[in-house]
Design a protein around this ligand. Structure first.
Ligand code: HEM
Length: 176
């Protein structure tokens, strides 16, 4: 992770105290995603916390990435003609809150990435992986935290047994 962050081509702005000027530094894993500017209809949002910012984040990102081809439901489209109209330069996507998104479909064809282990890079596979990745970026310590939770519960059960044993021993033979 450190290596990927360090080698990322978009650097972080940094103030050089000696020279008194602004320069650049390499990224750290704790940095936000560097801002990229896209000369289209809008700037892409920072996705580092997207999986947490949206309800059922992983499913949302997956659906958004694979939902472009879907057509508006004709019954609904007739009822809400304004919603069915996609403005110039936008893309219909039933999973986006206002149904028309300015992000062009990023995953369009098989093989846009290559998997080291030879997995077939279908759009579905890439969408699943990028969603899982965004769940990780939103909370990189989640798995460790869950594992610690299991250990804590086991310890507490053990401690409860121990305390109960001590209680029985201390109060043995006493009427209480
Ligand atoms: C696999 C790569 C990508 C993923 C996973 C992704 C994911 C997302 C997600 C989840 C949103 C919705 C944010 C929300 O709910 O508010 C979004 C919005 C957006 N993305 Fe992407 N994106 C990707 C690639 C790109 C690329 C390559 C571009 C530019 C060419 C782009 C431009 C945008 C823009 C402009 C928006 C804002 C849309 C709006 O508010 O109408 N994205 N992206």
């Amino acid at each position: 992770m450190k290596k990927i962050a360090k080698e990322w081509m978009v650097k972080q702005p940094a103030f050089d105290e000696k020279a008194g000027t602004w320069g650049e530094r390499d990224n750290l894993p704790s940095d936000r995603f560097p801002k990229v500017f896209y000369a289209g209809t809008g700037n892409p949002p920072d996705l580092s916390l997207m999986a947490k910012a949206r309800h059922d984040g992983a499913a949302y990102v997956y659906s958004l990435l694979t939902g472009y081809g879907e057509k508006p439901d004709p019954a609904k489209a007739a009822k809400f003609p304004d919603v069915a109209k996609t403005p110039e330069g936008m893309y219909f996507n039933p999973y986006f809150a206002n149904l028309n998104i300015s992000m062009p479909p990023p995953l369009t064809s098989e093989g846009q990435v290559q998997y080291d282990d030879g997995t077939r890079a279908t759009v579905d596979q890439m969408a699943k992986d990028v969603s899982a990745f965004l769940v990780w970026t939103a909370e990189p310590t989640l798995q460790k935290r869950h594992q610690a939770g299991v250990a804590v519960v086991i310890f507490l059960l053990f401690a409860t047994g121990l305390a109960y044993g001590a209680y029985l021993t201390v109060w043995r033979g006493m009427k209480h």
